[in-house]
Each structure stands twice: as C-alpha cells, then as structure tokens.
Design a protein. Sequence first.
Length: 289
Amino acid sequence: MSKAIEITNLTHKYTQSGAQEVVAVSDVNLSIEKGESIGIIGHTGSGKSTLISHFNGLLKPTSGDVVVDGTNIWADKETLRNARFKVGLCFQYPEYQLFEETVYKDIAFGPKNMKLSPEEIDERVLRAAEFTGISKSMLEKSPFELSGGEKRRAAIAGVIAMNPEVIVLDEPAAGLDPAGRKSLIDMIKAYRDSTGSTVIMVTHNMEDIARIAERLIVINRGKIALDGTVDEVFSRSDDLVQWGLKVPEITEVFTRLHNMGCNVPRGVYTVDEGVKILSRVMRGGAGLG
Ligand SMILES: Nc1ncnc2c1ncn2[C@@H]1O[C@H](COP(=O)(O)OP(=O)(O)OP(=O)(O)O)[C@@H](O)[C@H]1O
Ligand SMILES: [Mg+2]
C-alpha cells in the first residue's frame, strides 16, 4: 500500500526582492503512513507552516519531491488538483480561509470545487457543520460575525466537507481558552476515530499534542531534529529546551515527584491524566495501579 505522504529532499527557499533569501525548509525527508496521527512541533519560525504547505501543493518545492498516495503531486495540473482534495489543509489563520458571504458558502467552497451535485454539496455542508458544532443559524451568518473558536470550527468544517484522506491542521487551537482548546482537540480526535483519516497537527502546545498524536516530529531551523513516539520525544527534555520547546508542566511535576520517590509514573502528559493518578494516590491506592 502506498504511503499517505512521502517527502524526499525537500527544500524551500523564500526569495523577496531586496531581502535576503530564507531557507525555510532544508533537505527534509519524511514518510507518513495512512492512518497515522502526527504532531509537528517547533519554535516560531522553524519552518512548520512552510513544510506542511507542501503536503497539498499550496507551496511548490524549490527542490525535492512530494508524493501523495503514490503519485508525485506536481506531475500535472489534474494530479495537483486531486492532491488538494486528498490532503485538506486548515490554515494557521482561519481568516485566510473564510472569505465568502456566509459560513454555509465557505464550507461549501471545497465540495463545489470538487464539482459534486448540489444535493451532495448540501449534505456535506450540513454533516461537516454538525460535526464541528456549527449551528443552522450560524451557517447563515457572515464568517466575520463568528467568535475566534467558531471561526476555527468553520474553517475545519470547510476542510472536512471535502472528505480528505489526510487532514492537516496548523495551530487549530491557537488563541482559544483551555476549555475551547480541549473541545477542539476532542473534536479532531473524534473525526479521526470515525473516519480513519491521517491527521497531522502543528502546534506550540505540548499538552494539546500529547492528547492526540502518536508520533511527534520536532522541526528546528528547517530540519527534522527528532522524529519518534510521544514518549521518546518527551523524554528528551534537555534537547527540547535547545530547540526552544519544553515538555508540558504537568510532565515536569510528575517527573520530580517520581524522582523524589513518590509512587507515581513518569510519562504523564496531560492534566486530566495527572488528576486521575493523584486522586488514586490520595485514596490510598498506588499511582501506577
Ligand atoms: N512568505 C514568506 N516570505 C519570506 N519569508 C517567509 C515567508 N513565510 C515564512 N517565511 C520565513 O520562513 C521561515 C519559516 O517560517 P514558517 O512560517 O514556516 O515557520 P513556523 O514554524 O510555521 O512559525 P510559527 O510557529 O511562528 O507559525 C521564517 O524564517 C519565516 O520568517
Ligand atoms: Mg506557522
């Protein structure tokens, strides 16, 4: 079976007149299996958005290849078009994705481009809206009337309405409060569970990523600094600091408790998990039990 995405020797340089050339992605090799749930983390400016914008051909490599589902997406126009439907990209700033008069039209934009029948388009819009918690009345509003969280949901609805095999989300929970973040991440998780799609998420938030990803890729200065399971990556806290990142606070707390001799495990990555363990310990049971 072909891989969901296969990237070889990908380099992307930005050139602007009068400005110095920036090498945002530098000779990256990356292979993503179908159905994987991947987190991409890295300091501001490390090249995350540039990298993922190659997954559906939004950016063209300066050099290197991008193969989606076994086909080089730059082979011809038709292949590129199909790659845009297969790999749904949710932008870092939802404002860039929402531009129609109504939320309904925005969500319908992708399915319309796919040249589906009006009935199918309507069905897809309503299904995506329901899944993302966009109410019927919200569908008739202008996207500019929505709150930050609603805009994110509308942008995600527009992507999932295309039924993509791969969904790529760039900082989907940025700017939301903790409850908003959690419900958004839970929604993405539910989407993956119900569709089996490949999910790739970029975030600065280590707790968010621990909730959803199985594999983590650390980007530093346009290169892959580390690629491994969540446990593998989070156990390298000294290296993470070097790359401008750090493990979740809750993980540090549990590592210290563990090192002090408390009967609690190390790899605890979310506050929910930490609370469960502590309440067991306080009831007299072992934290590990
Ligand atoms: N359109 C552009 N023109 C010129 N340089 C750019 C452009 N977009 C990004 N860059 C530069 O490329 C590098 C990588 O940027 P990119 O946006 O991919 O990083 P990022 O990891 O997504 O950052 P953030 O976490 O802030 O979103 C940075 O040095 C950035 O300044
Ligand atoms: Mg970015």
